[in-house]
Design a protein around this ligand. Sequence first.
Ligand SMILES: [Fe+2]
Length: 129
Amino acid sequence: MLAYPQVALAFMNHDHAEFIEMREQLLAALADEDNQAEVDALLDRLLEHTRTHFGEEERMMREAQFPPYPVHKGEHDRVLADMETRVAEWKQGRDAAALRGWLDKDVGDWFVNHVGMMDFVTARFIAAT
Ligand SMILES: [Fe+2]
């Protein structure tokens, strides 16, 4: 299980827990080669969840006139584009090892780093406004 901090806004903590749960489900589903349809469905859910969550964070940052908004938004855009590319690559190539490695290492590292740095500071700022 990944260790990451709680932040000052409840909706963000809720969404982060959901994200981690989906990542765990994906890693479990990938252990069995017969689960491609389930993996596809979980990846679609992960993308949808991430789009909605980023959109909500961005709306709140704009409303609170959070000064480093462009930095945080820029990272969201980069991560979402990478996620879309990885999902498309999986659906074409069906390389389970590549997808597992990305989810396990890249997504895990990114998540812990993003929540601990950007989300932590952002939530504290918004909660204080
Ligand atoms: Fe964020």
